[in-house]
Design a protein around this ligand. Structure first.
Ligand SMILES: [Zn+2]
Length: 273
């Protein structure tokens, strides 16, 4: 079971990662290395470390870098043709959001979330998602509601094409629209940050058989509640959509790769659980 899922989950083997990186086109090495102050960085101006951070985040998300895998500064610098400073900055940014962790002398690794922590994160995610939907039911404009319906059509197409990777991306767009429609100043940011932390695990959940189909009907329930201006129903619908419930939860845990359980032992030995 695990092996099969892992094969589906990993689009590229580790040894191909260099060519995968080369084709991704996220880094323009010919571009001048423009250093920008932190404030400008927040306005999404691309810096080399910012681009590397995004690329590493993407690799963690799609499984090219697995939980527990070591991130070697020198190797990354060589691979991306960067000096060590931007590499260090990128890793620092990933540390700050909990996507990577340090293990003293063993260096930096892709963070491993223990199953109990992961379940709590899904719970928090469900609460945040519910809050956003509750606000959206009160505040969403007609244009925002229409945009959600439009993206939903794309999601149906991704389902019909049997493309879980596209499905995952479009699903994310749907939730982005939900957050915008909520018109919050803090809650949506928190939801997006947490989504980045558990993204790799949520992608795995998308691959659960039948999960895509139930997602479609759950989204319809959320949109209908928002259209009906029913905040409580919208909250419940969105929260239940994100929460792993009952059988879904046990299926999800069963789908986690073997290195998760090894990792749990490692964390237990180090008193982090
Ligand atoms: Zn969704």
């Amino acid at each position: 079971m695990n092996t099969r899922l892992k094969e589906t989950y990993k689009p590229a083997k580790r040894k191909n990662s260099l060519s995968v990186l080369g084709n991704a086109g996220g880094l323009d090495l010919a571009q001048d290395d423009i250093r920008l102050p932190e404030a400008a960085g927040n306005m999404r101006a691309p810096t080399r470390s910012g681009e590397l951070r995004e690329q590493l985040e993407q690799m963690i998300l799609d499984g090219r870098l697995e939980p527990g895998e070591r991130l070697d500064e020198m190797e990354l610098a060589r691979t991306f043709g960067l000096s060590r400073t931007p590499v260090r900055e990128a890793i620092k940014a990933l540390l700050a959001i909990g996507l990577v962790e340090t293990r003293g002398r063993q260096g930096t690794h892709v963070a491993i979330l223990s199953i109990p922590a992961l379940i709590e994160m899904f719970d928090v995610m469900a609460a945040l998602e519910g809050l956003c939907a509750r606000f959206a039911a009160r505040r969403a404009t007609l244009a925002e509601r229409a945009a959600m319906r439009e993206v939903h059509k794309e999601l149906v197409s991704a389902y019909e094409a049997g493309d879980p990777v596209a499905f995952y991306k479009v699903n994310q767009q749907f939730h982005d629209l939900l957050y915008e429609a909520a018109h919050t100043h803090f809650i949506a940011d928190q939801a997006i940050q947490l989504r980045r932390r558990i993204g790799a695990y949520r992608l795995r959940a998308t691959y659960q058989p039948g999960r895509m189909l139930s997602t479609l009907s759950e989204h319809v329930r959320i949109m209908d509640a928002i259209d009906a201006g029913d905040p409580e129903e919208a909250r419940k619908a969105a929260s239940e959509h994100v929460q792993l419930l009952g059988d879904q939860l046990t299926d999800f845990i069963a789908s986690l790769p073997a290195n998760m359980s090894r990792a749990n032992r490692w964390q237990a030995n180090n008193g982090h659980v």
